[in-house]
Design a protein around this ligand. Structure first.
Ligand code: DX5
Ligand code: ZN
Length: 221
């Protein structure tokens, strides 16, 4: 797989030292920053919003920021995240009344757009909007918390999503999120993913570079 990307989820970082944590993980070789937004409504947890995204930009972070919206509704936050420096904005299709409109809104703001699929959500939502999707994000855990175990059925779903992307002929990233670690990342890559979110597997270790290197080595096998 070409151009694989490792996207540490800052949900598992030390929020009291967030700028340093992001600097450290990027210096360790990570490719982009995965930014989990939870609203205590769509998912039963509450995290961070556009102000923190802007704060990372003000801190000097130039890497791509991959904003994963676990909020309902989604539209109101899209312009705010675009203005705060997001590069990618993904949302869950069942969290918006108008999937096509929300995707267009992301693109109109100059960001790249993606749909996120929970473990039990079928990929059918993609059928009529493939031309507006720049990323497909498959959840390999139920959203809301870091540190959960990878759900193995995701591997078949990744193969299904990869086939849809290949058939589309478009440049669409296939991201996987939840329970990804050095021990399973090779299977995830073989199933077709090219963008790997990892939270606890990276921030749970003291040597971020060792984990990022080990993951990359596994993917390259
Ligand atoms: C879960 C979040 C994930 C989470 C991943 O709802 O979307 O991004 O932080 O954490 P790990 O890698 O620990 O499963
Ligand atoms: Zn996420």
């Amino acid at each position: 797989m070409q151009d694989d990307r490792i996207a540490p989820s800052i949900l598992a970082a030390d929020f009291a030292r967030l700028g340093e944590e992001v600097d450290a993980v990027l210096a360790a070789g990570a490719d982009m920053v995965h930014f989990d937004v939870m609203d205590n409504h769509y998912v039963p947890n509450l995290t961070i919003g556009p102000m923190i995204c802007q704060a990372l930009r003000n801190h000097g972070v130039t890497a791509e920021i991959d904003v994963h919206l676990m909020v309902k509704p989604v539209d109101r936050l899209i312009p705010d995240f675009a203005a705060a420096g997001a590069d990618w904005i993904t949302f869950h299709p069942e969290a918006t009344e108008h999937v096509d409109r929300s995707l267009q809104l992301v693109r109109d703001q100059g960001c790249r757009a993606g749909l996120v699929f929970n473990p039990a959500t079928p990929l059918d939502y993609l059928k009529y909007v493939m031309d507006k999707v720049d990323m497909i994000l498959l959840m390999s855990v139920n959203p809301g918390f870091g540190g959960q175990s990878f759900i193995p059925a995701t591997l078949d779903k990744l193969r299904e999503a990869r086939a849809l992307i290949d058939a589309s002929g478009r440049d669409i990233r296939l991201e996987v999120d939840g329970g990804v670690k050095t021990e399973n990342i090779r299977a995830v890559a073989e199933a077709g993913a090219d963008t790997f979110v990892a939270g606890s597997a990276i921030f749970g270790q003291s040597d971020y570079r060792a984990v990022v290197d080990a993951m990359r080595q596994e993917i390259a096998q």
